[in-house]
Design a protein around this ligand. Sequence first.
Ligand code: CTP
Length: 212
Amino acid sequence: MAAERRILITAGPTYEPIDAVRFIGNRSSGRLGCALAAAARDAGWDVTLLLGPVAQDLPEGIAVHRFETSDELADLLDRHFPNCDMLIMAAAVADYRPPVVSERKTPRTAGSLTLKLEPVPDLVAQCAEQRRPGQRIVGFALEEPTQLASRAKEKLRRKGVDYIVANPLATMGAGSIQAVVFTADGREITPPNDATDKSAFSRWLIEFLSGE
Ligand code: CTP
């Protein structure tokens, strides 16, 4: 393995509150991020996992910090990103959130209700802007299968990361994964055929990244 030892992994969805009891979330299970954390631990990395509101069994021997909102995840990244050698950003972070959150439960009325949403900052792009030399960043891209490669390459550039793991939409919440890895230096790497369940894929990805 290369000289780096400390890896930071984010996983799971964010929940963006609407009022005292409601939120906007997504179907991410956090399963892939937890499998990546276990694979990295087994490969000798010192692992910190930032995990969203999911019911996954926590991998042993790993420092875990929990978040619910994108703001809480941003705070955890501020605290932990400077100390890592590699960030794997597998969390499914919201793109939009309500700018104002009522502390009460919004009552039902006869008419329709319009929710105003504001953009959530691109957290992985912010990490890429702040990184020190030698820190590597892996982003994820969840895409329609027909646009997988073009959109993943566009995200690689726009977010300023070193690698994008591109998945078709069906990956979210599923047990298996059919990913392609695009690198900032122009390579496209397909995992071996037997690396389609999330644990096997995680072992392959960690081995690949450790050898880079
Ligand atoms: N991401 C992030 N902050 C956000 C949204 C996404 O850091 N507010 C990260 C995700 O963790 C992932 C990568 O960006 O590593 C790509 O996420 P994805 O949802 O596929 O892309 P978006 O930038 O949200 O673009 P779009 O929704 O248009 O596909």
